[in-house]
Design a protein around this ligand. Structure first.
Ligand code: MN
Length: 226
């Protein structure tokens, strides 16, 4: 085995109850809640999900998240995150469901000003979505330890004020459907994380804001922007 030059480490996320989950890739779904699709000015009819990605080292755990450079409009998006223990290509929803190792709460941080320019000019979203520390995430709960369903509440507050609130049943595409659709485009593998979209109420956060993101039954995300 040749020596690694340079010697880099694989990003990981802590697992509730012990262990670490190495992150291979991060995929995200756009507009997966009808009310958020409406607030972003698009038709909420059940169009096929579309995907974008973040670099795997965008994950950040802990109570301090740096405010990114080159933006003056950073937005929060609370999301259910799927952590895959296996993968495959062209999965059926039934096979896709079996790839899920566990669930976490994530915040898809977005440079909304850069995204607006990208949309307007037909340019890529990469640097609006996939910047350093753009994926705050809580501990992953193994699926057998939690009960996630349509009635499960998802919410986010900023400085104690609720900004986003919904239920997982409001998702246009359910987790197994998302994995199945995504697996038609790319081969999925163990270590992949999938952010599944956000309910309405996205908005701006700034330095010194304290963010709490929660999904019932999962380890919450709490951080201050610095
Ligand atoms: Mn999102």
């Amino acid at each position: 085995m040749p020596k690694l030059l340079p010697n880099i480490t694989v990003p990981y996320v802590l697992v509730e109850g012990g262990g670490i989950f190495p992150v291979r890739r991060i995929y995200c779904v756009g507009r997966n809640y009808a009310d958020h699709a409406r607030e972003m000015g698009s038709d909420p009819d059940r169009e096929p999900p579309f995907f974008f990605s973040k670099p795997n080292d965008a994950v950040i755990q802990g109570h301090h998240v740096p405010y990114p450079p080159m933006t003056s409009e950073l937005h929060h998006e609370v999301e259910l995150v799927l952590a895959l223990a296996s993968g495959g290509r062209d999965l059926t929803p039934e096979a896709a469901d079996k790839t899920i190792f566990g669930y976490a709460v994530g915040v898809d941080l977005t440079r909304r000003d850069l995204q607006a320019v990208a949309k307007d000019k037909g340019r890529p979203w990469d640097l609006a979505k996939g910047f350093d520390h753009s994926a705050p995430i809580g501990r992953i709960s193994p699926r057998e330890t939690v009960n996630i369903g349509n009635e499960t509440r998802i919410r986010l507050e900023v400085d104690g004020v609720e900004k986003q609130s919904g239920t997982l049943g409001q998702m246009s595409w359910a987790p197994a459907e998302i994995i199945a659709k995504l697996s038609a485009y790319v081969e999925l593998k163990a270590g992949d994380l999938i952010f599944t979209g956000t309910p309405s109420g996205v908005g701006e956060i700034n330095v010194d804001n304290h963010v709490v993101a929660e999904i019932e039954g999962l380890s919450r995300v709490m951080f201050t922007l610095e």
